[in-house]
Design a protein around this ligand. Structure first.
Ligand SMILES: [Zn+2]
Length: 432
């Protein structure tokens, strides 16, 4: 695949994702220098000297997904340890396996995740892990937009300080470079002491960046924090200054009414991972309630070891159905709103100029093959995407005007090589 600077997509069903949820039939989308130059009815499209014309044949074109909570090197741990609660899973299986990771294996595992994300229509991911150089290398090669962060923990004196210093170096090295940004990341309230939370809040303020953290994922985390600190994890985040910077809170399953009010007041973003929360038996985040209180809610998959798919399609279905099922209200999280949680709201939260398909925005688009039987009949394209769509329907992913995935082929990776490398590194994990 070559990189063309001027691409015209014709005869598409365009899901704009704009405030009016407009869908345009027989639409043309013109892409120039990474931006959308025109998106609207084909009959009104201006003259355009495209280097490449793509006939969509009625396929859907929509904004790409923003996967708001990932640990991409964990693609190496898919199906490695299942059917355990969070703490047992982490302490007995994941932490020992992570000790065996290397720069190279983390790179190849990240590359596997880049392939999985791109092939499923993701254009941006919000990452938290270590081996950030390996992740940055894979992200850069893939062309995906990535917000990286080095997870900080404080198991012994000096360790957190060293990790925070490393986070600052990574910020200076990668933030604003190409399609990368860098946030700071205290791993969680139960792995980071209060003093370090304060230091991270201060550093985020100084650097003018965001903070990505696991928050109130399990009942145990919530109850222990209440007992030991006399407040909820979110209240502790306010006390330590974390809510005062752009704050990205993964999970938020066990949140109080007051927590929701604080998150709305401070403009925090919730990164909900409904499938991971179910698999680890953590519970169901009250997304509908949070949104009614004015909290910005977005969706993510979490890592491949706790999901086990990096599929925003499945997150949309689970998120919507769980809210309907737990509120006994079929109007909860309707299709158009669910699509926005998975695309536009995430893009906006990360400060990206995409998530809507309209002139002037970055060309972060995906095309959905509607030839399959599940797209017939076609009463409502958005309903089809959210309630009937799947990863397999994505036939093209474009980031900043670059086609990074098309019809099973990746512009950035030899999928056979990626699979062979993962199989090789898995042999090491099997010996633990
Ligand atoms: Zn996570």
């Amino acid at each position: 695949m070559e990189t063309e600077t001027m691409i015209e997509i014709r005869h598409a069903a365009l899901v704009t994702n704009n405030d009016r949820d407009e869908v345009v039939r027989d639409a043309t989308i013109q892409v120039k220098d990474g931006k959308i130059a025109y998106a609207g009815p084909g009959k009104d499209a201006p003259e355009f000297s495209a280097e490449r014309v793509i006939d969509a044949h009625g396929n859907i074109v929509m904004p790409g997904f923003a996967n708001m909570h990932t640990h991409v090197p964990m693609n190496l741990f898919r199906s490695y340890a299942d059917d355990l609660d969070l703490m047992t899973w982490l302490n007995t299986r994941i932490f020992p396996a992570e000790d065996k990771l290397t720069k190279e294996s983390a790179y190849w595992a990240s590359m596997a995740a880049m392939c999985e994300l791109a092939a499923a229509g993701v254009v941006a991911f919000n990452e938290m892990y270590f081996f950030v150089d390996s992740i940055a290398r894979a992200a850069r090669e893939s062309g995906l937009r990535g917000v990286l962060s080095r997870a900080v923990v404080t198991p012994a004196p000096g360790v957190g300080e060293r990790m925070l210093a490393e986070s600052k170096e990574l910020f200076e090295k990668y933030n604003g470079q190409g399609r990368l940004k860098v946030f700071l990341s205290p791993h969680a309230q139960y792995t980071v002491n209060n003093g370090m939370l304060e230091q991270i809040a201060q550093m985020a303020e100084e650097l003018g960046t965001g903070v990505h953290m696991h928050v109130s994922e399990t009942r145990g985390e919530h109850e222990t924090c209440m007992k030991e600190q006399g407040m909820t994890p979110i209240e502790l985040c306010r006390k330590t200054g974390l809510l005062g910077v752009p704050f990205y809170a993964a999970h938020c399953v066990w949140v109080s009414e007051h927590d929701m009010e604080l998150m709305a007041e401070f403009g925090a973003t919730v990164l909900s991972c409904p499938k991971s929360n179910l698999k680890l038996a953590s519970g169901i985040a009250p997304l509908e309630k949070m949104m009614r209180k004015g909290v910005r809610v977005t969706l993510g998959t979490d890592g491949a070891a706790s999901n086990n798919k990096l599929s925003m399609w499945e997150e949309m279905t689970y998120a919507s159905f769980l809210q309907k099922g737990t509120t006994y209200d079929p109007k909860a999280m309707p299709a158009a709103q669910t699509l926005k949680l998975a695309t536009r709201y995430g893009a906006e939260a990360l400060g990206l100029d995409s998530g809507i398909v309209e002139a002037g925005k970055d060309a972060d688009l995906v095309m959905i093959d509607t030839a399959g039987i599940r797209y017939t009949p076609d009463y409502d394209d958005v309903s089809l995407l959210v309630y009937a769509g799947s990863d397999a329907d994505v036939c093209m992913t474009m980031v900043g005007g670059d086609v990074i995935y098309e019809d099973g082929k990746f512009a950035f990776a030899d999928i056979g090589e990626v699979k062979a490398k993962l199989a090789e590194y898995a042999e090491i994990m099997k010996k633990i």
